[in-house]
Design a protein around this ligand. Structure first.
Ligand SMILES: [Zn+2]
Length: 306
């Protein structure tokens, strides 16, 4: 584990313990700490695992590494999520060279390829990168962003779907993205929103924290500060939706820790993850998103003109 001495965004040394917690989803007795910067309000894991060490916290059943045989609920979830990603990009650009950082099994890239985009992917997990190459014939490297030797001014679009908060080095990564994007290129990232209502209500149980895999919990203020100070111009920040899924995960973490009865725990967890729950609560999550209080937001940015 490595101690963070300065706030990863504003560089301040003035931060304090915000919360401590175990890994709420994949077990282990290890306790992790979150600090909060008193200057820019960034919440960050401290100490944080090194780049190699962190791999042990991504088990085989990690939810983004979909298994070979999907249940119908997982398959539907994956389809709906990819459809949402696809619509977001197609609204902005109709074609071009697209890089997805943290592409997992490459299902989103495959969809974009079918629609005429030239696609590339990156993922630190060798197994999923190989699966993306084999299954879809996509150019996917299994390495860190800074190790992938892409040409400068090459990509029209770079996407990070729920990946930015996992990045070990924020500023180095943004420097690479800035270099490989064309001057009129587009950066699209989806991140958990630390300014959401659920975090205010559930605190450390909010699934957007996902310790120790998420190194940071951003809000609209500090993500804007980070991008602006790394030569990006923010175009817009919008809600992403999908709040009921995050809520279900938050409740899963809460119930696993707080409820003794295994039977009741299973019943409630299944209920929160069910399509019935999702359907009934859809108007609520729609409203929360409209108020920019939802759990996930999307940030659109382009390189600043030099
Ligand atoms: Zn700060």
């Amino acid at each position: 584990m490595e101690c963070v001495q300065h706030c990863p965004i504003c560089g301040s040394e003035d931060f304090a313990l915000f919360a401590s917690s175990k890994d709420k989803f994949y077990g282990s007795e290890e306790v992790f700490n979150l600090n909060k910067c008193s200057s820019c309000s960034l919440i960050f894991l401290n100490p944080k695992p090194g780049p190699e060490e962190v791999l042990k916290y991504y088990p085989h059943n990690y939810h983004c590494y979909f298994k070979k045989k999907l249940s119908w609920e997982d398959a539907l979830d994956l389809y709906l999520m990819n459809r949402r990603y696809r619509k977001i990009i197609i609204k902005e650009r109709k074609s071009g060279k697209l890089l997805d950082i943290g592409c997992a099994t490459g299902t989103f890239l495959s969809e974009m390829q079918k629609r005429g985009f030239e696609v590339w992917g990156l993922d630190i997990n060798k197994e999923v990168a190989e699966s993306a190459r084999k299954q879809f014939g996509i150019n996917v490297f299994a390495c860190e962003l800074k190790q992938a030797d892409y040409p400068s001014n090459f990509f029209d679009i770079v996407t990070l779907w729920g990946v930015f908060e996992h990045l070990y080095e924020l500023k180095t990564s943004l420097g690479v993205i800035r270099r490989i994007l064309k001057p009129n290129g587009l950066l699209v990232i989806s991140i958990p929103n630390a300014g959401c209502l659920e975090f205010k209500l559930l605190g450390e149980f909010w699934a957007g924290l996902d310790m120790p895999r998420h190194f940071y919990a951003f809000d609209t203020y500090n993500i804007s500060l980070l991008l602006a100070s790394n030569n990006f111009h923010i175009l817009k920040i919008t809600p992403f939706g999908g709040g009921s899924k995050v809520f279900a995960l938050s409740m899963e973490g809460f119930l696993k820790e707080r409820l003794k009865s295994i039977f009741l725990k299973d019943v409630l967890i299944n209920f929160f993850h069910s399509f019935l729950f999702r359907s009934v609560t859809a108007p609520y999550f729609y409203l929360i998103d409209k108020l920019m209080l939802g759990s996930i937001i999307i940030v659109y940015a382009r390189p600043q003109k030099s």
